[in-house]
Design a protein around this ligand. Structure first.
Ligand code: GLN
Length: 448
């Protein structure tokens, strides 16, 4: 059914960079055969899923939607892919993204943008726009994305699906092509909160291959969903997220969702997160600094593209990077290199880290009073293709509500809470305490 659906709509949606439906069908047939004599099934067996194309899949191209890695076929699976492989899932393909996950619309993909299934003239969001569009258009049951500054939650909101960023350290990053290592986290994009809980359970857990993955037991997330009322739960609404720049239709939908949480028994409280306005600035110093260092490995020597007809080693480096990276990636490398260079390090990177600590403290203070925080996911519903492509600052500002969560390392989920008059989905964000995904999932499930 999914293979058929892909053949019907993919030409319009363009969610996938690489399709593997042929091998998925062959594997499905082999699994069917196996099940004739073999009664032991695994929960995710035969589940047709898609994976963002910055997560390594053994033997299947992993391009990061970049010319640099167009020909790159990883010889190993990322830990998340290996875990799904153990469960005998079916990989339908690798989904489109902004090059190296840098962007908010998939317009930075070297292979062209994906489209929003609700309105093909609109962006699906980014950077995991291909994953969100694929789920929304029924081109897979669920997908994996990565979230460094909103890249799971923002496209989920734009496409009217569920997207969750786990706590930093909850899911192994081994095999995820690094963008900003201190912020990157892999998570599920699904149709329902229950599916997100399920998929999180399948990919979470400690991994010796990722020193930042937390050595903590993985709770039974499905069990956490059983309690349907929200009595005794304190939910904070930060005033700073409801100010200037917030589309009135988005505000209305989110406020209606907050009323619904109240009806379910939650105790709603106004709270403050005073450094919210600094989050975008802090993020774009820290993320670009880390990116400039992480992307130094793409030099034409070890893997990926190698420029031809070069004079010497320096020329090889320069030509390869010039040809391989798109304009946004180059912009970030330059910004990050500048922020880390001697003489500027203290003024930019050092300062950004200091303000990051203050942002974390804001959340810690708030979580002394409340169990969850609810906000909009984005200031507006999905915008038109091309509307912000020429103006990086406008594009950066579309991440204003999601970014501080990454800077604080917290878990957050985006789920649909209504539509604009133009029939574009609107998203609700629920933020939890570190490693308390259960509470967040429970509230989201009770609401949906
Ligand atoms: N849109 C943000 C950026 O461009 C976030 C990207 C992400 O989370 N990978 O950096």
């Amino acid at each position: 059914a999914y293979s058929l659906r892909i053949s019907q709509v993919e030409q319009k949606v363009k969610a996938y960079v690489t399709r593997t439906t042929e091998s998925a069908l062959a594997r499905a047939a082999a699994l069917d055969e196996k099940l004739k004599t073999w009664r032991h099934t695994k929960p995710m067996m035969g589940m047709p899923l898609a994976i963002k194309d910055n997560i390594c899949t053994s033997g299947v191209p992993t391009t990061c939607s970049s010319r640099m890695l167009k020909e790159f076929v990883p010889p190993y699976d990322a830990t998340v892919a290996a875990k799904l492989q153990d469960q005998e899932y079916l990989l339908l393909g690798k989904t489109n993204l902004d090059e190296f996950a840098m962007g908010s619309s998939t317009e930075n993909s070297a292979f062209g943008p994906s489209r929003n299934p609700w309105d093909l003239q609109c962006v699906p969001g980014g950077s995991s726009g291909g994953s969100a569009a694929a789920v929304a258009a029924d081109e897979c049951v669920a997908a994996l994305g990565s979230d460094t500054g909103g890249s799971i939650r923002q496209p989920a909101a734009f496409c009217g699906v569920v997207g969750m960023k786990p706590t930093y350290g909850r899911v192994s990053r081994y095999g995820l092509v690094a963008f900003a290592s201190s912020l990157d986290q892999i998570g599920p994009i699904t149709k329902t909160v229950a599916d997100a809980a399920y998929l999180l359970g399948a990919i979470a857990g400690h991994d010796p291959m990722d020193s930042t993955s937390a050595d903590l037991p993985v709770p039974d997330y499905m069990k956490a969903l059983r309690k349907r009322d929200l009595k005794k739960l304190k939910v904070g609404v930060p005033v700073e997220f409801f100010g200037e720049g917030l589309d009135p239709e988005v505000e209305q939908a989110v406020r209606a969702a907050i009323d619904e949480l109240k009806n379910l028994g939650a105790d709603i409280k106004e709270i403050q997160l005073p450094r919210t306005d600094a989050a975008v600035a802090v993020y774009y110093v820290i993320a670009t600094a880390e990116a400039s260092s992480n992307l130094a490995r793409f030099d034409g020597v070890k893997f990926g593209l190698r420029a031809k007809e070069t004079k010497d080693l320096l020329d090889l480096y320069m030509k390869t990077r010039q040809e391989g990276f798109g304009p946004e990636v180059k912009r970030r490398i330059m910004l990050g290199t500048y922020a880390l260079s001697s003489g500027y390090y203290e003024a930019y990177y050092g300062k950004a880290q200091a303000v990051q600590t203050l942002i974390r403290q804001d959340f810690s203070e708030a979580f002394k009073e409340v169990d969850l925080i609810v906000t909009p996911v984005t200031p507006t519903p999905a915008f038109k293709l091309g509307a912000k492509a020429e103006d990086p600052l406008q594009m950066y500002l579309s991440d204003i509500f999601t970014i501080s969560v990454n800077l604080a390392g917290l878990p957050a989920i985006a789920l649909p809470c209504g539509f604009s008059k133009t029939r574009l989905p609107i998203g609700l964000q629920i933020i939890g305490r570190a490693f308390e995904e259960e509470t967040m999932l429970r509230a989201a499930h009770a609401y949906e």
